[in-house]
Each structure stands twice: as C-alpha cells, then as structure tokens.
Design a protein around this ligand. Structure first.
Ligand code: PLP
Length: 444
C-alpha cells in the first residue's frame, strides 16, 4: 500500500506507551470476547486510539478501518466529542419512565422529520437487538389491541435481528440459533436464488412469491408482521433486488400485515441513502435503526412507529401504554451524540457521498471476479462484498489484509468492507488497493 497512507501520523503520542504484554495478558485473562471461539486470541490486535478512518494498535501500528459496521463520522470527530461532553456536564441522563429531557425530544422530532409522514413516535433503546424485540412485541400487541390477535412472524431464514432470545430465535443461521424454541410462531423464507444473483431484477418475482406463500391467506393464521432487513448482513452480505421493499409493502397491505424494517445496519447513510425505506419510497409500520445513529460513540437504537400503531396502546389492559423500556432508554448523552452525528451526516452529505464512493469502490473491485477464488463482487451504498469460494479463503484474505494495514470483516465465505462514511477518495482507493492485493496474495 502507498507509504503516505501506512505512515499516517498518529494524533496521540505513541510514547510512553502501555506495557503491551501486560495489556494483552489482562485481556486474555479477564475479557470474554463476543462471538469468539475460546481458542481464538483477540488480543493479538489490541487497539489504542483512532482518528477519522484510521485506528492505531498498542504497538503504534496504523490500520485503515473498513470493519466498523456502525461508523458514520469516523473516530474522534470533534463535533460529536463536544456534544457528548456538553450533555454529560449538563444532565447525563434521566429515566424517561419518570420524566422527559430535551435531547430525547429533539432526536425523536428529527427522526420523524426524516422518515415518511405518519412515522411520528420513537422509542429509544440501547441496542439493535433490544429494538428488534420491542418492535416484534409492539406488532403482536397491536393485533391484540384491535381484538384480532395475531402472533406469527415472517422473516428471512438467513435473517440476523440480534442476540436476544427473541431476535435470535427467528434466524436459522447456525451461529445464531438458540437452544430454546422461538416464543412466537415463525415462518422463515429461504432465498429462492443464490446470493450472487439475488440483486438482479429477475430475482424479484421468485422472492415475492416466496413471501406471498409465507404470509398465506388463511384468515385464522395471518402473520402479525413481516420483518426484514433491506440487506442481509450476517446472512452472507446479500443485496436484494430493486423494488423488493416496495412490492413487499404492497403484499403486506393485502392482508393488513405490519411491515417491520430492520434498518439497524442500513440506516443513516450506510446504504447510500438516509434510510433504505427512503431509497425505495416505502413507509413501514415500524422501523428499527441503530448503528450509524450515533456512529458507535454511545449505544443507542430507535424504534420508530406509525402513529396508528402507537395509538392502539391506550387499549393495553394493564397500564394503557407501552409495557417496555430500560433504565437507560433514550440516554441523554447518547441522544446528544446522535444529534451531533446527524448534523455531520447532513452537513457533509454523507449518505450521497457513501453512494458515490461505494459505486466507485465497486467499480475498482469488480475486476476481482476474474479470480477463480472469487464468486461475486457486489455492493450497496458503502457496503462492499467480495464473495469467495470458502470461509477459509475469506479468513485468509482478512489476515493478509490486516498484515497490510487494512481491517475488514468476514461473513461466511464473503469479505466485507465497511469504512466510515467520512472516508475520502484517497482512503477509498487504499481500501480497493488493500483488498485487491490481499485477494491476489491468497489466490492461486
Ligand atoms: C440487521 C441487524 N439487526 C440487528 C442487529 C443487532 O444489533 P445489536 O448488535 O446492536 O444488538 C444487527 C447487528 O449486527 C444487525 O446487523
């Protein structure tokens, strides 16, 4: 990779650095890493700090981070840092089941302004998984409130909606299945076509037919909701055909089934638009968003709901409202971080930039399909996928890229590049170069 990129000056003094062996030993001894085999040593890469689209490890080595699923503004953005400190100094939080505070109101109003008309009410939680649980619970409660109970949920078999018992029980992905059965009846739709072909217009009829069958027409067994991700992230980096969300909305409307969009990953610019729903001009009944909302600075997720769904909750028999929440729901510092993140997104036009840079990157990476080991190269906004022939190969590409100073993600046999949305053209060129070199190194 080019020298100026790999020697990017650290914004922090490297010396005096920590006792790196002690840092690693402490991690190995005490930290239980998420989603990690016990035999793996995650402390081999131990990070110290970041700036823009770069991070530094405790040995002073710099990496271009194209692995950060939630990174919108990149690392150490001064506007977001300032907002966090100001809010923490003024009122770090107050429990929203007891009182209101200004940052929650401002953020909920902002989301209502950005989503289609009628999506006016937002519940804040702390993670995408919690948001998804709340959304499903709201959908089922809605039907109870109408006096026509429905509880079945339709989703992709390859879906990933989170790590909680409810959210993970929907998926058939081996890593995510839980030992316990789902608390709800679930109909899981298999992809009718290979992931490499799923983005093509021709895939749309088969996909819709599969959802139509899953919804069914038995008046005694209609689903409460269809819940989908606009892009299957953990399910293999699958790009869905254009028009899918719009047609799915129409399909749901035939039976009054609610449409719940899981935009935990795609929202706030990542998909090349503020929301995938806006890209397709679709109004869901419930939309769950998280990652890019605060760019990962402070945990927060939003469940934004159509007013007509919300208004049925006065019929709840116990409190006449929503029986759900966390002590830290709508945390004031998280809301302030999110407001500052949205300012940066809007001021810098990051969703449009994600689309432009993503398209450019896709063009640069597409020649990789000539390699025998590459099955497909695809993308959506600033999500780039290089599908290889095996998970082992994808894992070797990741290792090689890291040795070259580029951090990527792996989803099964696919390698995923998700740089911060603030990445510039030079950074994007470095991602293309690093990924291309890593694939070339491990091929043949
Ligand atoms: C589409 C989607 N939904 C839900 C989640 C769960 O979010 P969290 O990890 O914040 O619980 C994720 C996380 O990767 C996701 O990609």
């Amino acid at each position: 990779m080019n020298a100026s990129w790999s020697t990017t000056a650290s914004p922090r003094p490297a010396i005096p650095g920590p006792d790196t062996e002690a840092v690693r030993a402490r991690d190995r001894r005490h930290v239980w890493h998420t989603w990690t085999p016990l035999a793996a040593d995650r402390s081999a890469l131990t990070l110290s700090h970041g700036s823009g689209h770069h991070v530094w490890d405790i040995d002073g080595r710099v990496y271009l981070d194209a692995s950060a699923l939630n990174s919108t503004c990149g690392y150490a953005h001064p506007d977001v840092l300032r907002a966090i400190v100001e809010q923490a100094s003024r009122l770090h939080h107050f429990d929203l089941s007891v009182a209101g505070h200004e940052p929650a109101g401002l953020l909920a109003e902002r989301l209502a302004g950005q989503l289609p008309p009628g999506m006016d009410k937002t519940l804040f939680v702390n993670s995408g998984s919690e948001g998804f649980d709340a959304a499903v619970m709201m959908a089922v409660s809605y039907w109870t409130h109408l006096g026509r109970p429905r509880s079945r949920v339709v989703t992709f078999a390859r879906s990933y909606h989170g790590a909680t018992l409810l959210s993970r029980s929907l998926s058939t992905l081996p890593r995510n299945r839980h030992l316990l059965d789902s608390p709800l009846p679930v109909t899981r739709v298999e992809l009718p076509i290979e992931p490499r072909l799923s983005r093509q217009e021709e895939a749309l009829p088969a996909l819709l037919a599969a959802f139509e069958r899953a919804i069914g027409d038995d008046p005694d067994d209609l689903p409460a909701a269809v819940v989908v991700e606009p892009f299957l992230n953990v399910g293999g980096g699958v790009v869905l055909p254009p028009g899918f969300l719009r047609e799915l909305r129409a399909l749901c409307d035939v039976t009054g089934t609610l449409l719940v969009l899981d935009e935990v990953f795609t929202a706030y610019g990542r998909c090349g638009a503020m929301f995938a729903a806006r890209r397709e001009d679709v109004t869901p009944d419930i939309l769950v968003s998280s990652k890019g909302l605060s760019g990962g600075y402070v945990p927060i997720a939003a469940v934004t709901v159509r007013q007509r769904v919300h208004d049925t909750f006065d019929r709840d028999p116990v409190i006449g409202g929503l029986r759900y929440g966390h002590t830290t729901s709508g945390h004031a510092v998280a809301c302030a971080a999110a407001l500052a993140t949205l300012d940066v997104l809007e001021k810098q036009g990051l969703p449009e930039r994600a689309e432009r840079i993503g398209t450019d990157l896709l063009g640069r990476l597409t020649p990789l399909t000539d390699a025998e080991e590459v099955v497909d190269v695809r993308g959506l906004g600033l999500i780039l996928i290089v599908e290889t022939t095996s998970p082992d190969l994808a894992s070797r590409v990741l290792t090689r890229a890291r040795e070259r100073g580029l951090l990527l993600r792996q989803v099964g046999a696919a390698v995923m590049a998700v740089p911060p949305l603030v990445i510039d053209d030079e950074g994007a060129a470095a991602v293309a170069q690093g990924l291309t070199e890593a694939v070339t190194d491990v091929s043949g």
